[in-house]
Every structure is written in C-alpha cells, then in structure tokens.
Design a protein around this ligand. Structure first.
Ligand SMILES: C[S@@+](CC[C@H](N)C(=O)[O-])C[C@H]1O[C@@H](n2cnc3c(N)ncnc32)[C@H](O)[C@@H]1O
Length: 330
C-alpha cells in the first residue's frame, strides 16, 4: 500500500480522536500528550512529512529514543530536537504492540471449540498471544474470581454477560504466526521496541510483557515473515489435519487498507478454519449493531459477533448467548 504524507488538519483530528477514543479512562499521560499534539501546529507540520504519522507509532518512537514524559514542554522539546531520528524510526518501524492481555478475551471462544487446536495467528508480532495456553487467567465475575492455568504471566479480565468461562486451558498441538516484521524475542533491540510500544504510564502492562517474553524465550513461538493475504495459504496447508485449525488476529486489520481487508476476509472464509477476529469496531463489520460502541474491540467467530472487548483485554462483554462447547456459562 502506498502512503502519502498527511495534511496537518487530518493529522490533528487523528491525535484528537486517539485521545478521545483510546486514551480517556486508560492513560492520563497519553490523553494529555495527544490532546496537546493535536493543537501543536509546528509539531504537526513536522509529522505531516511522514507517510506513517500515527499516534501509536509516534509515541512508541519517542519512548524508544528516551523522551521525557514529565511535561508536554519537555516531551515536545525532545521530539523537535530529535526530529530526524523520530522520522527515521517511524519510517522503519511499525506499531507492533504485542498485548498478551488480549488472550483473556480469546480464551473462552478457543476453549469452546473441539480440541485439540492448531493456532495460526495473523499479525502475530513476537507471537506472545500464540502462547495463550501457558498463561494464568483470573476472570472477575461480579464478586467472584475464577482462575484457570498457572504461571508467571497472570491475566486479569472482568467477565461481563454470559461469558463461557472455560474450566480448563485449550489443548494446542500446533502454533504458527505470520507477520510483516516478526519480532524475535531473543533480540534485545527488537524487544526494546516492543517495550516502547507500551504506553509510558502503564507499568503493569510492561511488567506483564516482560514476563511473557521471559516465558517465550524458553520455547520461542514460530512467527514467519509474510503478508496476511499473500502468504496465509502456505501456512494453512502446514497445519495438522486432525486438529481444529483456528486463524485468529487482534489489532491487525487497521493496518490493512479496505481492499486488503476484504481480500483477507475472503481468503479466510474460503478455508475450513475457525476464524476468530478481535478487532477495532468497524474494521470487519462496518454495518454491525456493535458499531456505536466504538471504544472497544469486537470479537467475532466466522463473522458472528461474540463479544465486545477491551482493547488490551481488561474486560470482555459477551453478547452472544449460544453455548458452544465444554465451558461454564455465567
Ligand atoms: C498492533 S500489532 C498486534 C500484534 C498482536 N496481534 C497482538 O494483538 O498483540 C499489529 C501487527 O500486525 C502486523 N501487520 C500489519 N500489517 C500486516 C500484514 N499485512 N500482514 C501481516 N502482518 C501485518 C504488524 O507488523 C504488527 O506486528
């Protein structure tokens, strides 16, 4: 996809929207920084020279280079001073936030499928979500807490509605990821980029990421370099036939343009895999009834909406009532 530099007004709207939609109630720091950037004509002029001026990428680049976050003035002075480094970094890097918290919203759907599973993750980044059967889950259901699994990576998730909380972890016998730019968990510089993608005032996410990386280093998940659409089929045919093949992805479709999204969706529909998508509202189901609830992701299975989910997996609100397998409905 060819990307052209973005007009300043559109860029300003993009930062305002990022502040309102994604930072409010989540990150006071990025809320105030984004709102300030949206008003900062000189900084926007600079960013508009980049064809890849997205807020998440911008903040990750600033963090990677060591920007101070104490005040907007200090942050801005750093960014302006390191403008060429910022632009160069934004040119070569992508938003690759690998958020293991999202496993907590995928797990109920995965555990309800016929086991064992073969997992194929598209846009896997470092592949940390492929290791979802090695994490511990703490679902808060009203006053109760239901725990599944064990280990150093603990994912807390508030379960709302009839979430089919699993009794046990899924059995995964094959896993592969595909990504335009796979992150090698043993590469310190690449991992530093992953860390920079975590918002600077969310230390608990950073801690969780580090725990997942430590676990992944013991048995690194296999993530191959490739494109969601053109390289998917060669991985599909590698999956073992005696397992339920699940093609899943989260926070990936916004990086594809509309025609790429459609081509990808058509391709997945032509496989016999179960398709789990956990994506920003509108990315896959533009006309769905979920559309007004723009502050969450939508989890769907084979085009059927299952739930609305927190973008980093802090809660899942189940909207689908059909009981699909060996799970405990709440
Ligand atoms: C925001 S990250 C999400 C990573 C992971 N899915 C998660 O939820 O933690 C998006 C990932 O999608 C990858 N990506 C973007 N466009 C892609 C494409 N056309 N084909 C394959 N991967 C892509 C990026 O390189 C990046 O690693």
């Amino acid at each position: 996809m060819v990307q052209l530099p973005m007009p300043v007004a559109e860029l300003s709207r993009r930062f305002s929207r990022f502040a309102d939609l994604w930072c409010r109630d989540e990150s006071p720091l990025y809320l105030s920084l984004s709102a300030a950037v949206a008003e900062d004509t000189a900084l926007l002029d600079l960013l508009a020279t980049s064809p890849r001026a997205q807020p998440t990428l911008f903040f990750a680049a600033a963090r990677f280079l060591g920007a101070p976050h104490g005040s907007y003035e200090a942050f801005r002075a750093f960014v302006m001073d390191r403008a060429s480094d910022m632009l160069a970094l934004m040119q070569i890097r992508r938003t690759q936030t690998n958020e293991v918290g999202r496993c907590a919203v995928l797990l109920p759907a995965l555990a309800a499928l016929p086991q064992p599973l073969a997992l194929l993750e598209v846009g896997a980044s470092a592949g940390l979500c492929l290791l979802l059967d090695r994490y511990a889950y703490e679902y808060e259901v009203g006053e109760r807490q239901l725990t599944i699994g064990d280990g150093p990576v603990r994912l807390r998730c508030a379960a709302r509605g009839p979430v089919p909380i699993p009794r046990q972890l899924p059995e995964v016998i094959w896993r592969r990821g595909i990504d335009l730019a796979p992150i090698d968990v043993t590469d310190l510089e690449a991992v530093r980029w992953l860390e920079a993608c975590i918002w600077a005032d969310q230390p608990e996410r950073l801690e969780r990421l580090r725990a997942a990386i430590a676990l992944a280093r013991e048995t690194p998940p296999e993530v191959v370099q490739g494109d969601a659409t053109s390289d998917l089929c060669r991985l599909v045919v590698e999956a073992p036939r005696h397992a339920t093949l699940v093609i899943f992805h989260s926070a990936v479709l916004p990086y594809l343009d509309e025609s790429e999204r459609q081509a990808f969706a058509e391709l997945v529909r032509r496989t016999d895999a179960v398709w789990l998508a956990n994506e920003v509202t509108g990315a896959l189901h533009p006309g769905s009834s979920m559309e007004p609830r723009v502050r969450g992701f939508v989890l769907s299975q084979n085009d059927e909406v299952l739930a609305v989910t927190h973008p980093h997996g802090r809660w899942v609100e189940w909207t689908q009532t059909r009981q699909a397998g060996p799970a405990t409905s709440l």
